[in-house]
Design a protein around this ligand. Structure first.
Ligand SMILES: Nc1nc2c(ncn2[C@@H]2O[C@H](COP(=O)(O)OP(=O)(O)OP(=O)(O)O)[C@@H](O)[C@H]2O)c(=O)[nH]1
Length: 712
């Protein structure tokens, strides 16, 4: 790969996620950052473009993570079309003077800069819209190449004239310890999920964060969940029974206020990605559990990939610190290879050492979650009809369809008319996560609901409607759509990716690579680097040695990725999962064949060229006047003529007409095509001036795939 590929946003909730990043980075930038504490220099003097992947990959014993930054690449067109392309004002007076310079002749400015003493870096800049790298360099009083370098190290390849969006500008500001303030209209700065409508904006209030726990087997996910639940939920409150509805909430006092955190209690990332694969985004924050005595393991890396692919902020719980062999610092060190650098080392990731078993530091962990939630400004409008996602659903012999619904906006009431997936019904009864019958459930809370006509699927969205008629008709429409989409099932394959990637300026091919040994994985990643990626880029979500597992399939399904298996096999059940999820898994045992296919896919992603393809040639042998026009009686000399093909009429070497062949007849019968050696009659609506001896060249325009040449 020539350059690492900037990550892209998940389709659903694009805007919201974008804003969330802005908010997160803004808040952190606002804190001033851990000045002077940085361990790893951001700008590396011997930095080299092509070596980034190598550096990341070769250091890592088991896995290569090629593109993990969660920041967004600049994509002005898709990001914020309504905004001015360049709009910036700066707070510090020194910078304002400098801004003027940015509009003056650049060469002159450079000369002036040489003559003038070096400008001080401003403490803060205010941006109102995207800026080019050059303009940002000016604002920040740094060389533009420095910004290019910073972004490159974050996994984004940018050119000097490229527009950077606000999250990216904020990221650069943070690296340079310059506060970036975004002066955006208030509504703009609010997160808008698909669950939140414009009408809600005036009524938004904070909602609790919804958290998922992820991590490697045995690192303590279940123990952590149980431990939090035990310490935070009084036994009596749970009604003496362990109510399992797929989610539970805890109450925490923080800043002398009572807050809630909702945990999706399906340990692991299955639920998370399976839902995301269905387009649902329910998790606000992921807790990554890493055992301090074991460190980063394959599923840790997978979990990171999943969270990052979904652009969900990660809080790391370094667990089992009570154990003798615990090495929390080693865990932190290892995590830096995957784009997670602890705050105390100048990074952005909160890492909390805990002991799930002893309940040590759990309060800090929970507080940190609240902090991240605060940055995310998670909000919803409780005063509207409810909307959300199905977390779990099953058929109970006695109760009928039972579904756990996570309310993401609005308030759900008993008696509401509900559509969930293609099921509908009136909410007969609701039970909360503590086993209590409730009449209403507000945003971020999960309730078990009775009354649906059918069992929806986890990940389906649900919505309340005013009346039964509407609900019934929407449910019917959805059922039809589901049937249709099953028929047309949008499988992500190397071949179909081509069409899908036509949208947007940046075209990407998401790949997950699983190889037999680390050596071959590195070799393949190295070779993929050789494919030019200035137009189409490979985004390697995960590259590691091992079998193709169910979680690889989930990640692929959730991210629209293709899985490449090299000399490896499926873990049990994974093949079936791939079939069910419609994930394209390509198996290879020869590297060049693999590369050939990927290159083919990349070429498919390029805008096709329209080229002329000759069909045949004929000669006009007679002209028959018909009505006001004339039909040319022709003899096909070579190739063939096809009705509605394009044609060009040559007379004595000159082109006298170009147009479309409107009617083609063979012995008075309409013909679709006439081959060489036959006679035919041709009529062109807009041209009748035929002369015997005219030569008609027939051709068609075809799209031709462009080829990428390998750089050697
Ligand atoms: N010493 C110590 N042991 C712990 C701690 N947390 C979990 N364990 C132990 O680690 C083992 C695995 O814990 P689980 O909670 O089952 O781990 P998990 O990540 O949920 O595992 P899977 O569900 O299999 O993925 C159990 O034996 C726990 O008792 C801890 O903080 N300290």
């Amino acid at each position: 790969m020539k350059r690492p590929t900037p990550p892209r946003l998940a389709k659903g909730g694009k805007k919201w996620q974008e804003e969330e990043i802005i908010d997160e980075v803004k808040e952190k930038a606002g804190k001033g950052g851990p000045k002077g504490k940085r361990v790893k220099p951001i700008l590396d003097d011997d930095f080299e473009d092509d070596d980034l992947l190598d550096e990341e990959g070769l250091d890592i014993p088991t896995t290569i993570q090629a593109s993990l930054s969660i920041a967004r690449p600049p994509k002005p067109k898709a990001a914020r079309p309504a905004q001015p392309v360049i709009a910036a004002a700066i707070a510090a007076p020194t910078s304002r003077a400098n801004k003027k310079a940015s509009h003056s002749n650049r060469g002159e400015q450079n000369r002036r800069q040489e003559a003038e003493p070096k400008r001080d870096r401003p403490e803060k800049i205010v941006v109102t819209g995207p800026l080019t790298v050059q303009e940002l360099a000016n604002e920040l009083a740094v060389a533009d190449t420095e910004i290019v370098k910073i972004l490159f190290l974050k996994g984004m390849a940018v050119s000097i004239t490229q527009n950077l969006d606000i999250p990216t500008i904020t990221l650069v500001g943070k690296e340079l310890e310059v506060e970036v303030e975004t002066a955006e209209p208030e509504a703009e700065a609010r997160k808008i999920t698909e669950m939140i409508d414009v009408a809600d904006l005036e009524h938004l209030i904070r909602r609790p964060p919804v958290v998922t726990i992820m991590g490697h087997v045995d690192h303590g996910k279940t123990t952590l969940l149980d431990s939090i639940r035990k310490t935070k939920v009084a036994a009596g409150e749970a009604g003496g029974i362990t109510q399992h509805i797929g989610a539970y909430h805890v109450d925490i006092e923080h800043d002398s206020k009572l807050h809630q955190i909702v945990f999706l209690d399906t340990p692991g990332h299955e639920a998370f990605t399976a839902m995301r694969a269905r387009g649902a985004r329910v998790t606000d924050i992921a807790i990554l559990v890493v055992a301090a005595d074991d460190g980063v393991r394959p599923q840790t890396v997978e979990a990171i990939s999943h969270a990052q692919a979904a652009e969900v902020p990660i809080v790391v719980a370094i667990n089992k610190i009570d154990k003798e062999g615990a090495q929390p610092d080693r865990v932190k060190q290892e995590l830096t290879h995957y784009g997670l650098t602890p705050e105390e080392w100048g990074g952005e990731t909160i890492m909390v050492p805990v002991s799930a078993i002893k309940g040590e530091n759990l309060d800090t962990l929970l507080e940190m979650i609240l902090l991240v939630a605060e940055v995310g400004e998670l909000s919803a409008n409780p005063d509207r009809l409810a909307k959300g996602t199905v977390i779990e659903a099953h058929l109970d012999k006695a109760k009928g369809a039972v579904a756990t619904l996570l309310i993401q906006n609005g308030t759900l009431h008993v008696g509401d008319m509900l559509v969930a997936g293609s099921a509908f019904g009136k909410v007969r009864a609701m039970v909360d996560d503590r086993g209590r019958r409730v009449d209403a459930a507000s945003p971020s809370f999960a309730v078990e609901v009775l009354g649906l006509s059918d069992v929806p699927a986890a990940g389906d969205d649900f919505e309340v409607f005013e009346n039964e008629k509407e609900a019934r008709s929407i449910a019917g429409d959805r059922a039809d759509k589901q049937r249709l989409s099953r028929l047309l099932q949008g499988r992500v394959t190397l071949t179909t990716l081509s069409a899908q990637a036509q949208e947007g300026e940046l075209k990407e091919l998401n790949l997950i690579l699983k190889g037999d040994v680390q050596g071959s994985v590195e070799a393949i990643v190295g070779s993929l680097k050789q494919i030019p990626q200035n137009e189409v880029q490979i985004r390697m979500l995960l590259a590691s040695a091992g079998e193709i597992t169910q979680t690889d399939i989930d990640l692929a399904a959730a991210s629209g990725a293709v899985i490449i298996g090299f000399n490896t096999t499926y873990a049990s059940g994974a093949r079936q999962a791939a079939d069910e999820a419609g994930v394209d898994v390509r198996e290879y045992n020869i590297i060049y064949k693999l590369l050939e296919d990927i290159q083919g896919a990349l070429e498919g992603l390029l805008e096709p060229e329209l080229v002329e393809e000759p069909l045949g040639q004929c000669e006009v042998r007679a002209v028959f006047p018909v009505g006001k026009g004339a039909v040319a009686g022709c003899y096909v000399q070579s190739g063939k003529l096809v009705r509605n093909c394009k044609l060009r009429v040559r007379r004595g070497g000159k082109i006298v007409y170009e147009g479309v062949l409107d009617s083609l007849k063979r012995i008075k019968e309409d013909a679709r095509e006439v081959n060489a050696g036959y006679e035919c009659g041709i009529n062109v609506d807009k041209f009748h001036d035929w002369v015997e001896g005219d030569i008609i060249e027939a051709y068609q325009m075809v799209t031709k795939r462009r080829t990428l040449t390998l750089t050697r």
